[in-house]
Design a protein around this ligand. Sequence first.
Ligand code: SF4
Length: 409
Amino acid sequence: MLQLDTRLSISLSRASELKDTIQDYLKIKDHIPTGFTTFEQFLQQKERILTAFQASEHNWQDWKWQISNRITTAEQLAQFIPLSEKKIADLNTIGKRFRWAISPYYLAVMDWNNPDDPVRLQAIPQIQELQDEKGELDPMGEEYSSPAPGITRRYPDRLIINVTNQCAMYCRHCQRRRNIGTIDRHLALDQLEQALDYIRKNPEIRDVLITGGDALLLSDSRLDWLLTELDRIPHVEIKRIGTRALVTLPQRITPELAAILEKHPPIYINTQFNHPREVTPEAKQAIDRLIKAGVVLGNQAVLLRGINDNPHVMKKLNQELLKVRIRPYYIFHPKKVLGTAHFSVPITTGIKIIDQLRGQTSGLAVPQYIVNAPGGLGKIPVSPDYAKVIAKDHAILRTWENKLIKIEF
Ligand code: SF4
């Protein structure tokens, strides 16, 4: 073994090399806004919304108040955000084709003075939605993988129940915008019964994802009933819930809802934070409540042009999520959904992001990058090319720092 001072000198030199590799992120990271660093602005905007609605803090914390006071017209929106006459006309035109609605909470999260704000871009329609000629309404072929009402089945041991088309906000990049329609509707009870029957009759199904729309927009009693019925099916081992309520309607996570979820373990909730600005103190309160109830939380971000198609923003997002105890799980490549082409990015962008996360930050902050195969053929994990050569007796692999190493078998 080398002398102590030589070992120390090598270690110091390596530590200094590692320090150098993170300098570009350190320079930028404090300039990427989060829901915590912009909380003052949030509070001021929230106050203005409450005044305009003549509402109280009590109303604000009531998720049903949030839903019934969603902003759905350009005229309402213009009370809060400076909008040109053209933008107002555009919003009215787009609204006739693609419905939009923004919860008062999510309105308070965005930056009212910045038209390029990443939160705003997810919520306020842009005229490009009507100029997309390549997108399809159902690129995933979900309509062709539904063996029973409300069910989507694309894998051997798991399936989805789509329990509602309602969401607190209609995200402009939504892959299920074909379901949004013009009115909110939950799956009828008899259809839910048929979906449950399908699960009962197929014993290989061990994992059920309850989603929508937003699954947490079901009433407490309907959710409790559904989770109880699933618990009664011996082969259902885990329940998952797909919701964006933590991002767009954290008020939905009431103590009563948390108590219901706590009765039905194991429950996994996957949500969709796309930008660190969405990780707010109000969201954290809701997250804490879920974690206390024993719910395991994961994030499925969607890679979106102008919102998070940047390695530094994605790193910050994932690090902020870990701080509030949400595990970054997937980054989805955006699908070719009609009206969303302006958010699309090449696959190379996603690969570059993963390449710049791996090694540069904890593995916990590196989600899997997923491209969904068209036609319902499932998720394809896509990674940077770490394996350069795989031969019978050796492999040449690339490290996160681009060093090639040879492994002999
Ligand atoms: S919450 Fe999900 S389902 Fe609802 S509009 Fe947003 S992306 Fe679509």
